[in-house]
Write a protein that binds this ligand. Structure first.
Ligand SMILES: [Zn+2]
Length: 119
């Protein structure tokens, strides 16, 4: 199963930000300060004293499953297409509009056909 593409197989547009989610929040908090929601641990207990940016960012990133061992990146220029089972089955590239089957990793023209039938 191909669960995740790092870039569009057709037009090569990157589908991931270069920075990890931890880096994203580190930069954000350094610029804009640490929001209240980031000053609590995963059980909702507030951190005591001055919260270091790194700690807050790491904490928030963890809720996205991004840890130093399993770095994750936010997606961009791609959207997941949910079908009737309420889960993503296709990726749609926002640049070239190709649809990629999440499970086979192959391009599909299923949506094109559908649209032509409707209109
Ligand atoms: Zn593309």
């Amino acid at each position: 199963m191909v669960d995740h593409h790092k870039h569009c197989p057709k037009c090569e547009t990157p589908w991931e930000e270069k920075e990890t989610i931890t880096e994203y929040f580190t930069n954000l908090f350094e610029k804009e300060g640490i929001p209240d929601y980031a000053k609590k641990d995963d059980r909702g207990a507030r951190f005591k004293g001055v919260v270091p940016v790194k700690k807050a960012a790491t904490n928030v990133a963890q809720s996205y499953g991004c840890t130093p061992e399993t770095p994750k990146h936010f997606g961009k220029d791609v959207v997941g297409v949910e079908m009737d089972r309420d889960r993503v089955e296709y990726w749609e590239c926002q640049k070239c509009k190709v649809h990629i089957d999440r499970f086979t990793g192959l391009a599909t023209d299923k949506f094109k056909k559908k649209k032509e039938t409707v209109h």
